[in-house]
Write a protein that binds this ligand. Structure first.
Ligand SMILES: [Mg+2]
Ligand SMILES: [Zn+2]
Length: 238
């Protein structure tokens, strides 16, 4: 199946974007776990793949109770880079008045710090992290038992709630992960996919636009979305 070649002019556009490995180069949680808890991570990942853990119970087993001072976390977060097209995507949306939101199965604390480190601003929905001394305490942002994803922040639930509040919205989802992005990609009107998300969508026979960096997404949107109702303000720079 082919993805839609145009974005309907009469439907306001809204863009939802995964953070880890999509808006950022590295995945914050899994890079941290690889560095700090490699054996525990491998053990729990096996249990996750065997279906003993959901995405969220895996995250709790791995990260709740993690001892990592705020200072150490901050040093680690300084090693996380943004995708080459991240700023261009924010700017594209801002210039055109298109709502943009990061949907993350990671943590609010880290997203706040990363915005400040990289001097960018975006709306987001994510799971919650707070500190108890030097210890991580995590809780889910918006779980959705009706969805099979098992994540702490179900992207299908968030996008369908957005659609209910904004009837007629044309929802775009951009992501890279089979576990946390598949339900959001299926719920969206147009999905951009890479890494494990792309083969998962292909296998399901679902249309998607393949991308490598968010620069590709901006190029696609600039070509196809010039007539979008949400985006009539100013055309793409040529
Ligand atoms: Mg991701
Ligand atoms: Zn879901």
């Amino acid at each position: 199946m082919q993805p839609p070649s145009t974005i309907p002019a009469d439907r306001p556009l809204a863009i939802f974007c995964d953070f880890d490995g999509t808006f950022s180069v590295q995945d914050v949680g899994s890079t941290l776990a690889q560095q700090r808890l490699p054996e525990k991570r491998a053990r729990l990942w096996t249990r996750f793949e065997q279906g003993e853990l959901t995405a969220w119970t895996y995250a709790v087993a791995l990260l709740d109770g993690l001892e990592l001072s705020e200072k150490e976390l901050d040093e680690f977060l300084h090693t996380i880079e943004l995708d080459a097209g991240a700023r261009a995507l924010l700017e594209w949306c801002e210039t055109r008045g298109v709502p943009f939101r990061i949907l993350s199965d990671g943590f609010d604390w880290n997203l706040e710090r990363l915005q400040s480190i990289h001097r960018v601003h975006f709306d987001f929905m994510a799971n919650h992290l707070e500190y108890e001394g030097d210890v991580w305490r995590i809780s889910p942002g918006r779980p959705n038992p009706a969805c099979g994803c098992g994540t702490g922040s179900c992207k299908r639930g968030i996008i369908s709630a957005y659609r209910a509040a904004n009837p007629g919205a044309f929802c775009v989802h951009i992501g890279n992960g089979r576990v946390s992005d598949l339900c959001g990609a299926l719920e969206a009107d147009l999905a951009f996919a890479k890494d494990t998300l792309a083969p998962a969508l292909a296998q399901a026979g679902e249309p998607f636009v393949a991308f490598e960096t968010l620069r590709d997404v901006v190029a696609f949107l600039s070509e196809r979305a010039v007539t979008s109702a949400g985006g009539a303000r100013g055309g793409p720079a040529r």
